[in-house]
Design a protein around this ligand. Structure first.
Ligand code: GLN
Length: 533
C-alpha cells in the first residue's frame, strides 16, 4: 500500500514578524485535532548551522529540543501547539544543507560533476523535507519557510518547493502564503497592495499559492477578500483572515472559524474527521478568565526583549491558567538591581532568575537570589539562576566572600560553579554545551520531588558550567540541599533551601517542556507557593 505523504508549505511576504510560526503551529494544532498524523518543520535560510550561536537580540530565545538541537523559537511554538516533542528532522538551516553537500563533494560522491545550487542543493533540501515525514512517521508535514519571499537566502528553498509541485500529484502539495494587509493611518483604510506585490514575488519564483492568509489589524471585509482573490488568483474562500488577537493561543480558533484546516484537507483530497478542540478551548477559557492574580519578577539580562524568554513566559501562562491565576510579569533588568538595590524587588510574590550567558548583570542576579532567600520569597532559579543562587549562598551563608563561577572569575578562590574536565577541553563554540534531555533522580522528601510526584525526571539542558561537586557537603550541611542528581550521582541538577517556603534552583530548563495542555509541574508548584505566600 502506498503510504500517504502530503506537503504543505507556508511562505511569508511583505514584512517579517507577521506570526508565520504561530500560523504554522496553529495549523499543526488544528490538523492534529482532526486526527491527522501531522508534523511541522521550520526552514531557517541563514547560514548558521543551528541557532545556538545567535544572540537573543537577533531572533529571541534559543529553543532546545529533546535530542539536543539548538533551534529558533518557532520550534517551541510548534511543540506547544502540537503538544508533541520535535527534534533534529524538524529544523533545517542553510548551514546544515551546505554542510552536507560539501561533505559529500569531499567524499567524492559527485565525482566528475560540477556541484550546483540546482540540482545538488535543491535535492538536499527536498531530501530533508521528505526526511521530516520519514523520521516522524507522519503523513503530512507543514513546512514553514523563514524570512520573506524575495530574500536572496530563500531562493533555493522556493525552487525546491517549485520542483516538488511539479514532481508530485497536485493533491499532495499545497502552498499557503501569509501576507500583510495594513491599515493606512490617514484614511483608516485596509490596503491589499502589499499582499498583491508579495504574491507577485512568489509567482516570480514559479509558485502560485493555494491560500492567502491575510494578517490584518481589523476584520477583513468581503470586498477585500474578493479583491485579494481576484488579483492573487485564488478562490475567494481561500482568502483567510488572520486578525490581530490578544493571545497567540486564540489563533487556532480564529483560523478554524475561517475553516482553513477543512479547506486545506479538501485541497489535499483527505477526508476530514470531526475536529476536537475541547481541551484547547478549556485552556483558553481558563487563560482568559482568571480569578486571581500573582506578580512575578523575572530578573534577567535581556528583559527589554521579551522574546528572549519566550518559553519561560509561556510556561508561566500555562501554569497560571491551570491555577486560575493571571501571571503579571515584572521585568527587572539585572543591572537595575545592581544599581538601585533590592528595593526594586519589593511588591512581588515570586522571583525567577532565568538562564543566561556572560558577566553583565551577574551581581544583580546574585542580589536577587540572596534577597529571595532572606525574605522567604518563593524563588525559581533556572540554569544560570541555579548558578547565581549557589554563588549568593556561598558568599552570604558560608562566608566565602569571593565565591563565583569560573565563567565570570576564572581565578576565584571558591569556584562553586565550574567547568567539568570534559568541557574545559572543548574549544569550538557551536553545539558543544551539555544539550538536550538528561535524566535526574529526585531526593525523597524534597520540594522538587513533591512538585513532580515522581522519582526520576527527564529535562532539557543547555549549559557549559556545573555546580562544583566539591561543595556538595558544605552546602548540604548549611541547608542548601542538592535535591536532584544525575543517576550516577556525579552532577547536581537541583538545589533547594531547607528552611524556606519554596526556594528551588534547577540546572536544566523546565520551561521548554511546558505546554498549554500539560502545564509543567515545577511552574505549578512555584506559582502555588507564590499564591499562598
Ligand atoms: N552560562 C551558564 C553556563 O554555560 C548558564 C547557561 C544557561 O543559563 N543556559 O553554564
Amino acid at each position: 500500500m502506498k503510504t500517504l505523504a502530503k506537503y504543505v508549505f507556508v511562505t511569508g511576504g511583505v514584512v517579517s514578524g507577521l506570526g508565520k510560526g504561530v500560523v504554522t503551529a496553529s495549523l499543526g494544532c488544528l490538523l492534529r485535532a482532526r486526527g491527522v498524523s501531522v508534523t511541522l518543520q521550520k526552514i531557517d535560510p541563514y547560514l548558521n548551522v543551528d541557532a545556538g550561536t545567535i544572540n537573543p537580540y537577533e531572533h529571541g530565545e534559543v529553543f532546545v529540543t529533546k535530542d539536543g538541537l539548538e533551534t529558533d523559537l518557532d520550534i517551541g511554538h510548534y511543540e506547544r501547539f502540537l503538544n508533541q516533542d520535535l527534534g533534529r528532522p524538524n529544523y533545517l538551516t542553510t548551514g546544515q544543507v551546505y554542510w552536507s553537500v560539501i561533505q559529500r563533494e569531499r567524499r567524492g560522491d559527485y565525482l566528475g560533476r560540477t556541484v550546483q545550487v540546482i540540482p545538488h542543493v535543491t535535492e538536499e533540501i527536498k531530501a530533508r523535507i521528505r526526511g521530516a515525514l520519514e523520521a516522524t512517521g507522519s503523513e503530512l508535514v507543514v513546512v514553514e519557510v523563514g524570512g520573506t519571499v524575495g530574500d536572496i537566502e530563500g531562493l533555493p528553498y522556493l525552487e525546491a518547493i517549485r520542483q516538488m509541485r511539479d514532481e508530485l500529484p497536485r493533491e499532495d502539495v499545497a502552498v499557503i502564503h501569509l501576507a500583510y494587509v495594513p491599515i493606512l493611518s490617514t484614511t483608516g483604510e485596509l490596503k491589499t497592495k502589499p499582499t498583491q506585490h508579495s504574491v507577485k514575488e512568489l509567482r516570480a519564483a514559479g509558485i502560485q499559492p493555494d491560500f492567502i492568509v491575510a494578517r490584518c489589524p481589523l476584520p477583513l471585509p468581503d470586498s477585500l477578500r474578493k479583491k485579494i482573490a481576484l488579483f492573487c488568483d485564488v478562490p475567494v474562500d481561500h482568502v483567510i483572515e488572520d486578525r490581530d488577537l490578544p493571545s497567540i493561543y486564540e489563533v487556532p480558533i480564529c483560523l478554524s472559524g475561517e475553516e482553513l484546516d477543512l479547506k486545506l484537507l479538501r485541497r489535499l483530497e483527505l477526508a476530514p474527521k470531526e475536529s476536537d478542540l475541547a481541551a484547547w478551548q478549556d485552556f483558553l477559557r481558563r487563560l482568559k478568565n482568571p480569578e486571581r492574580s500573582v506578580r512575578i519578577a523575572i530578573v534577567g539580562k535581556y528583559v527589554e526583549l521579551h522574546d528572549a524568554y519566550l518559553s519561560l513566559v509561556e510556561a508561566l501562562r500555562h501554569a497560571g491558567a491551570a491555577l486560575g491565576a493571571h501571571v503579571e510579569i515584572q521585568w527587572i533588568p539585572a543591572e537595575r538591581v545592581e544599581k538601585e538595590g533590592e528595593d526594586v524587588l519589593r511588591n512581588v510574590q515570586g522571583i525567577i532568575v532565568p538562564g543566561g550567558f556572560g558577566e553583565r548583570g551577574i551581581e544583580g542576579k546574585v542580589k536577587a537570589a540572596d534577597y529571595a532567600r532572606r525574605k522567604g520569597t518563593p524563588f525559581l532559579g533556572i540554569c544560570l539562576g541555579l548558578q547565581v543562587a549557589a554563588i549568593a549562598f556561598a558568599r552570604a551563608v558560608l562566608g566565602r566572600k569571593n565565591a563565583n563561577s569560573t565563567e565570570f572569575d576564572p581565578h576565584t578562590p571558591d569556584p562553586v560553579i565550574d567547568l567539568l574536565p570534559e568541557q574545559s577541553r572543548i574549544r569550538e563554540k557551536g553545539g558543544t554545551m551539555r544539550l538536550g534531555e538528561y535524566p535526574a533522580d529526585l531526593a525523597e522528601g524534597s520540594k522538587i520531588r513533591a512538585a513532580y510526584g515522581m522519582a526520576r525526571i527527564y529535562e532539557r539542558h543547555r549549559h557549559r558550567y556545573e555546580f562544583n561537586p566539591q561543595y556538595v557537603d558544605l552546602f548540604s550541611r548549611a541547608g542548601f540541599i542538592p535535591s536532584a542528581l544525575s543517576p550516577d550521582g556525579k552532577l547536581v541538577e537541583a538545589l533547594e533551601l531547607r528552611d524556606h517556603p519554596w526556594y528551588v534552583a534547577v540546572q536544566f530548563h523546565p520551561e521548554f517542556r511546558s505546554r498549554p495542555l500539560q502545564p509543567h509541574p515545577l511552574f505549578l508548584a512555584f506559582l502555588q507557593a507564590c499564591l499562598s505566600s
